[in-house]
Design a protein around this ligand. Structure first.
Ligand code: MET
Ligand code: ZN
Length: 767
């Protein structure tokens, strides 16, 4: 009989209970015991739900109050001294490492947080130093195993594997020469000790995630796996059986690593990489089990049972069902909790989706269909599923002929500006007549409580559209006057009307759908509600013209229109799987192209199209898929922005990532602002030395309440000027200011503008 398994379940609670309670705890409104009790309740509910759904192999230790990778760092005592010195409880140490702590005499910043593979989840980077002494701190995985056992659920604890833990980490500032993999021999005994303790507590199996096996790995990393496997083998009698799991891609280029791995089960993601099956089968040894990841942990579409069954049946030709596990492709962490909480979707559309709770049923039904193909109940479920899948295929909602026709009409001309940059620049200079070191901001200004209150009132219908627009106009005016007053050169309207930079546009694009409660953890207590692309995308009406035109009408200075780029709209949504991502990006590009042209027609001469998510869409491995992505991503941006005259200035903006300069250059935007304040790397600047288009390197961190002085800005600009010419130099912050408050914003921007003026005078007096 095949077994059913889940690799991890969302821990935020069906109604964001975890967010509410952690934030209350941080504010001192509830005690640590109260917070811990909320966590316990969520875990209990999750385990019982999975049990009731009929899942055989249920995970534990997938719960976390902040980040499960941070938890495992702390568990192995990978705690930089500045945090351990604080002598906090384990949970408070976790929070201090995850989000920094400023209280009384204490002042520590947070550890670096980065994207988890190509998902929108962020993990806190394990940060190692020469002094790192591995030992077990606390007993979270064991406690949670026992907690479930008490409820009658024997779970499979989940741990990040030791090689991934080291590989995904970084050396701390005081240990930059540290070779992380060299720590493996010291880490392994502690790892084995943990496994041994789990076995003593009654765990029969443990899931060890080694997701880096889907990346490009050099021979040193591969060798680290042999070391790891030797340690497992040596301990085999005292540790539970191991499921080694990989996800988010193919392991084929690293397959030799898995040959004769001393583990009971190997798990692979056949949603992302179904084609790897034949190669994978060659490494499964005669008594090893294969865990087939076939229910998507990264997207919200209903599983197509017929296709899945066909896939599994092909495998069963080679491996008997006793050695098959049917599982989610990855943890379900990346999907919303429960579709039943959605009350506003039409029945037709709702039937297309499956959230984490529904996916549990999918895993059990598929397992039943494999184990008892004649079971009446299972057959009934299959029939219902076939009906849904067919209904979706035939649905009128997904296709729009006009959009598809237009998509085919995209040619090179549409993706190229009328003239090269140098010529455009001449025409733009005539229009804008900007000084040296032009100053601007990235778009948003503080989203005050007042703004949120009024937006809620408008959504609830307690104020009229007119009243709301008047309110927004007043906000825009306030932001414009402020920018004029401090002497910024290119102004923005401040984005007060936007709840979120993707959702705001998505809500105005046909083909997009929204949930009320489809929250997914992005990091810590920050959750996002990704919109869903269901059909071909089109724009019934202009989306941003009213606000930009209003802003421009009340000032003589140039106001920059502000749009979210096609790749960012795509990446921060749940995409379709019935057509490829390139087509979806190009559909979005056409929508935005019309918007850009409408803005131009309405007299907006400078338009910014933000692409902060360009980097995260990059395929995990080098090669064809990656270069193709870069081509179509750049093309989508250029289709969106090339329909304007030479005199219209196109800006773009990048943050959240280390974006390769060549990728930025491929977009041919006239001006690009890049998050830079924390990077500060002269090598990076030099890459732009000979690039003719203009660049604004972010001069201050907008995630921090810290206010840099004029002198600090001057020093920063001076340093950049060593590697980057004044003629192409824009002055701006790292990103939008929506999370800051007005007091900080006022002073920071004033100092920034003053610093620009200082250099302007200095350079002008030279010439
Ligand atoms: C994450 S990038 C944000 C860009 C947007 N224009 C803003 O200022 O908020
Ligand atoms: Zn940004």
């Amino acid at each position: 009989m095949a077994k059913s398994a889940v690799l991890g379940f969302p821990r935020i609670g069906p109604n964001r209970e975890l967010k509410k309670s952690t934030e209350s705890y941080w504010k001192g409104k509830i005690t640590q015991d109260e917070l811990v009790a909320v966590g316990k309740q969520i875990r209990k509910d999750n385990w019982l739900l999975q049990k009731q759904s009929g899942i055989d192999i249920i995970p534990s230790n997938d719960f976390s109050f902040y980040d499960h990778i941070l938890d495992i760092s702390v568990l192995f005592n990978v705690i930089p001294k500045r945090y351990s010195d604080l002598k906090l409880s384990t949970l408070d140490t976790v929070f201090a490492m995850g989000r920094g702590l400023q209280r009384d005499e204490i002042d520590v910043t947070a550890l670096e947080m980065v994207k988890w593979f190509d998902s929108n989840y962020h993990y806190v980077r394990p940060t190692f130093s020469h002094d790192t002494q591995f030992k077990l701190v606390g007993s979270k995985p064991i406690d949670e195993f026992l907690e479930a056992k008490e409820l009658g659920v024997i779970t499979r604890p989940v741990l990040l594997g030791p090689v991934s833990l080291l590989f995904l980490g970084k050396p701390d500032n005081d240990s930059l020469d540290l070779d992380l993999l060299s720590l493996l021999p010291k880490l392994l005994p502690v790892y084995v000790e943990l496994l041994t303790q789990l076995k003593k507590a009654g765990a029969e199996q443990v899931q060890i995630d080694e997701p880096i096996l889907v990346l490009d790995l050099d021979s040193k990393v591969k060798a680290a796996y042999s070391t790891f496997f030797k340690a497992l083998e040596a301990a085999s009698t005292t540790i539970p059986s191991i499921t080694l799991s990989t996800y988010f891609g193919t392991v084929v280029p690293n397959l030799e690593v898995l040959k004769s791995a001393p583990v009971e089960t190997l798990h692979f993601d056949f949603i992302r990489a179904p084609e790897q099956i034949n190669d994978v089968l060659t490494v499964i040894s005669a008594n090893q089990k294969l865990s087939i990841g076939i229910v998507d942990g990264r997207n919200i579409w209903k599983n197509d049972f017929e296709t899945s069954i066909e896939f599994i049946n092909n495998v069963i030709q080679k491996i008997p069902t006793e050695r098959i596990v049917i599982a989610t492709s990855s943890s379900l962490l990346h999907t919303p909790v429960d579709l039943n909480n959605e009350t506003k979707l039409s029945d037709e559309v709702k039937d297309f989706f499956s959230f984490a709770t529904q996916k549990l049923n999918e895993v059990t039904i598929l397992t039943n269909l494999i184990n008892n193909p004649k079971d009446v109940d299972a057959i009934k479920q299959l029939e219902v599923n076939i009906k849904s899948i067919t209904a979706k295929k035939n649905s009128k909602i997904t296709t729009n002929e006009t959009v598809q026709k237009r998509l085919k009409s995209i040619d090179d001309k549409m993706a190229t500006r009328a003239s090269p940059f140098v010529e455009r620049l001449k025409e733009q200079q005539k229009v804008f007549n900007l000084p040296l070191f032009p100053t601007t901001t990235i778009g948003s200004f503080p989203q005050t409580k007042d703004i949120r209150i009024n937006r809620n009132k408008f959504v609830k219908g307690t104020i009229t559209k007119e009243e709301y627009e008047t309110f927004i106009n007043e906000e825009i005016e306030r932001v414009i006057r402020f920018q004029e007053e401090i002497g910024l050169d290119v102004l923005v309207h401040g984005e007060p009307e936007r709840n979120d930079m993707v959702q705001y546009f998505g809500e105005q694009i046909d083909g997009y759908y929204f949930t009320q409660n489809g929250w997914v953890q992005s990091y810590g207590s920050r959750y996002v509600r990704p919109p869903i692309i269901v059909g071909d995308l089109s724009r019934p009406n202009p989306m941003s013209v009213r606000e930009s035109v209003y802003a421009q009408s009340i000032t003589k200075k140039t106001v920059k229109g502000m749009l979210t780029g096609p790749i960012t709209c795509l990446r921060w949504s749940f995409p379709r799987v019935d057509i490829n991502q390139e087509s979806q990006a190009l559909q979005l590009a056409l929508v935005l192209r019309d918007e850009v042209q409408d803005l131009e027609k309405a007299g907006i001469k400078c338009i910014q199209v933000d692409e902060p998510a360009l980097r995260e869409g990059l395929p995990l491995r080098e090669g064809k898929e990656r270069s193709e992505y870069l081509d179509w991503a750049a093309k989508a941006f250029r289709v969106a922005t090339s329909g304007v005259t030479n005199a219209t200035q196109i800006h773009s903006h990048f943050c959240y990532s280390d974006l390769d300069p060549t990728h930025i250059k491929a977009l041919d935007a006239d001006v690009v602002s890049i998050e830079f304040s924390k990077k500060d790397d002269p090598k990076y600047i030099k890459e732009f030395q000979t690039y003719p288009n203009h660049i604004g390197l972010g001069l201050f961190d907008i995630h921090s309440p810290r206010v840099p002085s004029k002198e600090e800005f001057i020093a920063k600009i001076d340093k950049i000027l060593e590697s980057y010419p004044a003629e192409k130099f824009w002055v701006n912050p790292d990103c939008g200011l929506k999370t800051r408050d007005w007091d900080e914003t006022r002073v920071s921007l004033t100092n920034m503008v003053e610093a620009a003026k200082y250099f302007r005078e200095e350079y002008e007096s030279k010439n």
